[in-house]
Write a protein that binds this ligand. Structure first.
Ligand SMILES: C[S@@+](CC[C@H](N)C(=O)[O-])C[C@H]1O[C@@H](n2cnc3c(N)ncnc32)[C@H](O)[C@@H]1O
Length: 223
């Protein structure tokens, strides 16, 4: 990733009809080209949010990007109270945000726009019982406060952005999670699994979204 802010991005339609973004500088997409919404629902909602049994859930997302995972979480909130902390080093431009087709009706499209319209660096109410803190920051620099129940680890792939998948990063996240906290990622690489295990996580390989055989779910043991 070039370090000047806001790298060039191209809007792409993935296989389930939902948009994703392509980053030419990395030759990398924000989501699976096999379906952006499908991936978000599989990796973060089904394997993460629905697997977490807490009623009051504190979520950390690495990085916010298009806001798709916030939107899917909000649409699957049910009767939970959610505190969502999303980190993002390169916020995307408003003109691009307005084109994203993640909402399946007007209310959902409005909610997506609201996610992006809310100010950064402030804990805001997105909808009832849903607080969103958008944090424009580099994960490498941030000091995380403790207390996360669920982590959506949605960085670019290890071969594109290796500095996001090292032991320092996973140890920092592990230390900030509650016992029995869950981290999910689309990545299934053995080296990532072993790095997580070295930090103390118990790691499962579970079936991945369309186009990927497996993904990882890491749990912080109790005590
Ligand atoms: C694979 S994309 C996923 C984005 C998002 N979850 C979504 O659904 O659109 C990875 C995201 O991590 C962000 N990112 C890259 N390096 C980062 C860093 N050092 N700290 C925080 N976020 C970073 C990127 O800008 C991008 O938005």
């Amino acid at each position: 990733m070039p370090d000047n802010n806001r790298p060039e991005l191209e809007l792409i339609v993935s296989a389930d009809g939902s948009h994703t973004l392509y980053v030419p500088a990395l030759d990398e997409h924000y989501h699976s080209v096999n379906g952006a919404i499908n991936e978000s629902l599989h990796v973060f909602i089904q394997a993460g949010l629905k697997h977490c049994k807490k009623k009051n859930v504190s979520i950390l997302e690495i990085g916010l990007g298009t806001g798709l995972n916030v939107l899917m979480t909000a649409l699957n909130q049910e009767d939970r109270v959610i505190n969502y902390h999303a980190l993002e080093k390169y916020p995307i431009k408003g003109a691009l945000v307005k084109q994203l087709n993640f909402g399946s009706n007007e209310a959902e499209s409005h909610l997506l726009q609201k996610i992006h319209a809310l100010p950064w660096q402030n804990n805001e109410i997105l909808k009832p019982n849903f607080h969103l803190l958008k944090d424009e920051v580099d994960l490498n620099d941030v000091k995380l406060e403790a207390g996360y129940d669920l982590v959506y680890f949605d960085a670019f792939a290890p071969e594109k952005q290796g500095d996001m998948w090292n032991e320092t990063i996973f140890q920092k996240i592990y230390d900030a999670m509650n016992p029995r906290g869950i981290l999910t990622t689309y990545c299934a690489k053995g080296v990532v699994r072993r790095t997580m295990q070295d930090c103390g996580f118990t790691v499962e390989r579970i079936p991945g979204p369309k186009g990927k055989r497996e993904m990882l779910r890491a749990t912080k043991p109790n005590g």
